[in-house]
Design a binder for this molecule. Structure first.
Ligand code: HEC
Ligand code: HEC
Ligand code: HEC
Ligand code: HEC
Ligand code: HEC
Ligand code: HEC
Ligand code: HEC
Ligand code: HEC
Ligand code: HEC
Ligand code: HEC
Ligand code: HEC
Length: 261
């Protein structure tokens, strides 16, 4: 018999004798350093991935009893974690699949509600601005905690030269239909959908020809400017009397993409 096994039997003896003579006052008290004699796996996991379950608590803080003397060997999380919405969730182990590696998360299936116990803001945004993303589970995009997906995993680009950054410049991902854009947005992004407007503007030779789309259609998608809002260079270039009679500039000048004189 090896030396190790000898120690094992000795300890097991102490333990089980404690049970046989349950009345005996000297029920053995175990300490953390002894567990490893019989349990290799858990101490190894804690050493490698224990996180705060390694630094803030020890084995016997959680395992306050041990069979056969005590049957409640496995602790409830609520013994130490309470009073936060996150700790009201059910089945902690579905995500924290090994208490000895508490931060090794397993996020499986469609998960949304539990995320909201910490990320209330994103949940509210998705609800307040209904879009197709409101019906996509958080975990369909964030397949791992803290992972940021690329739009192109699920969508095609409007133009070849776009990347995640350009998508986000127009579509805030949790409110994707609240489309806004900067004053440096390239016109070919717009003409990928508005081909006719682009062609018309390109093929005329007025002073509007070289303006970018967003120079006039500012900030928010579908904004249509009034001609006079462009103070420089023109403002109101005609006598008030005349504009009273012909309130629409377009009555004489046609469409802004191809002004007539
Ligand atoms: C002498 C060997 C020995 C030592 C030392 C020992 N254990 Fe155990 N432990 C066992 C055996 C054997 C079982 C299985 C008992 C059973 O299923 O009835 C067990 C079972 C357990 C269980 C599972 C109980 C359950 O209900 O599933 C836990 C938890 C546990 N031990 C924790 C510890 C901790 C923590 C320590 C150190 C403080 C420790 N053990 C020290 C032998 C040991
Ligand atoms: C933060 C609390 C906590 C700490 C610290 C902790 N455990 Fe556990 N342990 C648990 C829980 C909870 C379980 C039940 C299974 C699970 O959820 O991972 C468990 C299960 C076990 C089991 C039974 C495994 C099985 O499959 O039945 C053993 C043995 C064990 N722990 C030993 C240890 C040892 C040894 C240490 C110290 C190195 C330790 N534990 C530290 C909470 C803890
Ligand atoms: C004996 C007390 C105790 C028990 C039981 C316990 N924990 Fe903990 N746990 C702590 C302490 C202390 C911390 C560090 C402080 C904090 O984050 O609240 C901690 C931290 C954590 C962390 C964060 C780890 C890190 O490094 O940031 C997670 C996740 C966690 N616990 C999950 C669980 C789960 C799930 C259970 C039940 C299976 C559980 N705990 C049971 C005491 C406990
Ligand atoms: C749907 C998955 C999921 C479930 C279920 C879950 N957690 Fe968590 N938990 C997480 C995520 C994600 C984090 C954040 C990890 C990070 O910060 O990287 C976390 C963090 C923690 C933390 C550390 C941070 C903090 O705010 O305290 C503790 C402790 C914790 N969980 C305990 C629990 C307990 C106890 C339960 C059950 C009542 C539970 N968790 C259920 C996913 C889950
Ligand atoms: C227990 C609290 C908790 C839970 C539950 C939780 N998170 Fe987190 N999450 C955090 C913390 C803490 C951070 C880091 C925040 C920071 O760095 O400012 C974070 C960061 C993130 C990030 C940002 C990563 C980055 O690079 O900015 C994403 C995305 C995320 N979580 C998604 C989720 C999803 C999806 C879920 C549900 C599956 C979830 N979280 C559940 C606490 C949690
Ligand atoms: C359609 C995919 C998608 C869905 C659904 C989604 N997210 Fe995100 N989320 C992203 C992307 C992409 C980013 C990066 C955004 C950025 O950098 O502006 C992000 C960023 C985050 C961040 C970091 C925010 C920050 O300010 O750093 C958190 C936290 C987060 N998401 C949580 C959630 C939660 C919680 C849900 C579910 C209620 C959710 N997300 C649903 C794609 C998604
Ligand atoms: C995990 C898959 C997934 C990812 C990643 C994703 N989406 Fe979506 N998105 C969808 C689904 C599903 C729909 C609804 C069907 C469709 O239009 O393809 C949708 C619809 C949309 C819509 C139309 C919304 C509506 O209500 O009509 C926009 C805009 C959009 N996504 C933008 C983005 C942007 C921008 C990103 C990256 C920041 C992104 N999506 C990342 C799954 C995803
Ligand atoms: C210049 C701003 C802009 C950029 C950059 C942009 N989009 Fe869009 N996107 C729009 C507009 C405007 C719509 C049409 C919204 C409507 O129908 O009201 C749209 C619609 C969508 C839709 C809905 C389905 C469709 O094709 O009509 C999806 C999905 C989408 N965009 C994904 C993306 C992705 C992915 C990227 C990055 C590769 C991206 N968008 C970059 C402005 C932009
Ligand atoms: C993904 C396709 C897409 C992109 C990219 C896109 N749009 Fe649109 N746009 C649309 C759709 C769809 C409509 C609604 C058409 C309708 O209602 O007939 C629209 C409508 C408009 C309208 C008309 C509003 C009205 O009241 O008639 C303007 C102006 C406009 N877009 C400007 C732009 C500008 C400027 C850009 C570039 C920053 C752009 N669009 C990019 C799809 C797009
Ligand atoms: C000089 C300012 C100006 C520029 C530059 C401009 N627009 Fe317009 N756009 C307007 C005005 C004003 C209207 C409203 C119709 C009118 O009165 O001419 C309009 C109408 C539209 C409409 C809705 C009606 C239609 O023709 O379908 C779309 C879409 C549109 N513009 C897209 C674009 C795109 C795409 C570009 C860039 C290629 C662009 N615009 C450049 C001023 C401008
Ligand atoms: C009743 C017809 C009519 C109406 C309505 C009208 N204009 Fe004019 N506009 C003209 C004529 C005619 C000219 C002179 C053309 C020329 O000299 O080549 C002109 C000239 C201009 C010029 C100078 C062009 C240049 O090349 O220097 C601008 C700018 C202008 N108009 C803007 C507007 C605006 C803005 C409105 C609406 C508030 C408007 N116009 C309404 C008929 C009209």
């Amino acid at each position: 018999m090896g030396k190790k096994a000898g120690v094992l039997f000795f300890l097991a003896g102490i333990l089980f004798c404690g049970n046989v003579w349950a009345e005996a006052p000297e029920t053995p008290v175990l300490s953390d350093s002894q567990c490893i004699i019989c349990h290799k796996e858990q101490p190894a996991t804690i050493a490698a991935h224990g996180a705060k379950h390694k630094t803030e608590v020890g084995c016997v803080d959680c395992h306050t009893e041990h069979p056969p003397a005590g049957q409640n060997a496995v602790p409830e999380c609520g013994m130490c974690h309470s009073n936060k919405p996150h700790y009201e969730l059910e089945n902690c182990g579905s995500c924290h699949s090994d208490t000895h590696a508490p931060m090794n998360l397993k996020i499986e299936g469609d998960v949304t509600g539990p995320c909201l116990t910490c990320h209330e803001k994103e949940g509210k945004q998705l609800k307040a601005h209904p879009s197709a993303h409101t019906d996509v589970a958080c975990s369909e995009c964030h397949v791992k905690h803290r992972f940021i997906p690329d739009c192109m995993e699920c969508h095609t680009k409007h133009t070849e030269d776009m990347n995640l950054e350009s998508c986000l410049a127009c579509h805030p991902v949790h409110t994707p239909l609240e489309i806004t854009y900067g004053d440096d947005t390239a016109s070919h992004y717009c003409t990928s959908c508005h081909e006719d407007a682009g062609t018309l503007l390109k093929n005329n030779n007025t002073k509007h020809k070289d303006l970018s789309c967003v120079y006039c259609h500012r900030v928010k998608h579908k904004t249509v400017p009034s001609c006079v809002s462009c103070k420089i260079p023109h403002g109101k270039p005609h006598p008030a009397k005349m504009l009273e009679k012909f309130p629409e500039c377009g009555q004489c000048h046609g469409i802004a993409h191809n002004i007539q004189k």
